[in-house]
Design a protein around this ligand. Structure first.
Ligand SMILES: O=C[C@H](O)COP(=O)(O)O
Length: 252
């Protein structure tokens, strides 16, 4: 049985004051009781990891953890501006997003680089959240399965059995920050296609991997999305900035 996992992604938002208020509000809300067997996390900008780790630790909620939004593909050395997986581990991260479509689009990250980053995360005892998804043009031309299969096949080739310890986030680019979300059935169809592709490699890996949906998840569409058999939770962008909306999605 795969646990439901809800991960917030603040992207490049936050401040020392607003982070503290967000974490206190969310922790207070979670202390009132959450559905059993779920995991929650929030991926914050790197400069705030230390602050947020301290605040999350103070809450002492076993099901709430910290995550990062990106990582270097290198272990250590002369890579100015990069942040290694070992550093993220030391700062208390449990999850690390890799290959988010914004990194692919604005920083030209390839599937190969994304897989190398995922390896770094795994080697340091954390869980990579590997993002895949098609653009509007790719879906409109009927190529969405082919595109996502291509992204997944590179991860399979590099990560092999270690994919069982990863999460995959299906995030259709046309749904990110646009308010247009994939209907629960459209998302389920893609999640199923991803799981079947993983089963071609190894059925055990396919049944273990959590596949999260991301793209305009809100409190009012989360229930239907999370009820789908191959949707194991969500990666929440815009709605995670509001602690009440994030809590509502976590409870969906
Ligand atoms: O990482 C999160 C995704 O990019 C989704 O963002 P969004 O919920 O603002 O559409």
């Amino acid at each position: 049985m795969r646990p439901l996992i809800v991960i917030g992604n603040w992207k490049m938002n936050g401040s020392l004051a607003s982070n503290a208020s967000w974490i206190k509000t969310v922790c207070r809300g979670m202390e009132q009781g959450m559905p059993a067997g779920r995991q929650y996390s929030v991926c914050v900008p790197a400069p705030y990891l230390s602050q947020c780790h301290g605040l999350i630790q103070e809450c002492s909620l076993a099901f709430m953890s910290l995550g990062a939004q990106d990582v270097s593909a290198y272990t250590a050395g002369a890579y100015t501006g990069e942040i290694s997986a070992a550093m993220l581990k030391e700062l208390g991260c449990t999850y690390v997003i890799v290959g988010h479509s914004e990194r692919r689009q604005f920083h030209h990250e390839s599937d190969g680089l994304v897989a190398e980053k995922a390896l770094q995360v795994l080697d340091n005892g954390m869980t990579p959240v590997i993002c895949v998804g098609e653009s509007a043009d790719e879906r409109n031309s009927g190529r969405e399965i082919e595109v996502v299969r291509g992204q997944i096949s590179k991860q399979v080739a590099v990560l092999q059995d270690r994919l069982a310890d990863c999460l995959i986030a299906y995030e259709p680019v046309w749904a990110i920050g646009t308010g247009k979300f994939a209907s629960a059935q459209v998302a389920q169809d893609m999640h199923r296609a991803i799981r079947l592709q993983l089963a071609e490699f190894d059925e055990d890996v396919a049944s273990h991997v959590g596949i999260l949906y991301g793209g305009s998840v809100k409190p009012d569409n989360a229930v239907e999305l999370f009820a789908m058999p191959d949707i194991d939770g969500g990666l929440i962008g815009g709605a995670s900035l509001n602690p009440q909306d994030f809590l509502a999605i976590c409870q969906a």
